[in-house]
Design a protein around this ligand. Sequence first.
Ligand SMILES: [Zn+2]
Length: 232
Amino acid sequence: MATKKSCVKKKGCAKKAPAKKENLLVLTKEKRDKMTPASVLNSLKEGNKSFVNKGVTPKNHKRLVKESAAGQAPMAAVISCFDSRIPVEDVFNKSIGDLFVGRVAGNFVNVDLLGSLEFACKAVGSKLVVVLGHDSCGAIVGTINDVKLGNLTAMLKNMKPAVTKTNKEFKGKKDSSNPDYVRAVAKNNVVCSLDYIRKKSPVLKAMEKAGEIKIVGAYYDMLTGKVDFMNA
Ligand SMILES: [Zn+2]
C-alpha cells in the first residue's frame, strides 16, 4: 500500500488513463443501441452454439466489473428458472453487463417480473425478451403433482394454466412419470408466460408491435446445453 501511495505522488506515475470507449470490453450503450432485436437474438443463438460446441469463452471479469460500474446497457432480458443447472449468462456465452436475468422456479411471469421486464426494455433499452424453460423442471413436476409445501403451494399455482392447457391437447399418459408429458407442460408454460407478457403489459406489447423489441420463448435441453428458440 505504501508503495502505491508514494507512486501516485510522483509525477508521471499517476493512474492509468481510462480506456477509450471503443476499447472497452463491456457492452456500452453506444454498441448496444446499434444492435437490432434480430441481431440480439442472433447473438444469443451464436453464444449458445459456442457454449455447446466450445464451452464458455474466458472473460476478463476484473475489467468487466470496473467498466460496468458506471452504468449498464444489457442487450436482452431473460426470464429463467431457479434451477442451478442453467447459468444463464454462460448458456448464451455472455457476461457482466450483457443480460438482465430474472429467475424464479418455473420461469413464470408475474407482476414483479413484468415490471422488471418493462424496466429492462422501456427504461434501459434492451431489445429482446426471452422466456427460457427447460427439461426436467422440478417446479413443473411439483405443479403436475399438486405438491403442498409452505409457500411453494401458492407459487406452484402460477404454472397451473400450463397444466390445464396441456391436458386439453396432450394424448398419452398425463402424469409426471411420463417425460413427454412433463416436457409438454414445460413448453406450454413458456407459451403461457409469453401470453401473460403480451396480455398484461401494454408497454411491452406496443414495443413489440413497433419492432423495438422481440419477445420469444426458448427451451433448454439438459443433456446437451442446447437452447431451441420457439418460433424465432
Ligand atoms: Zn425449472
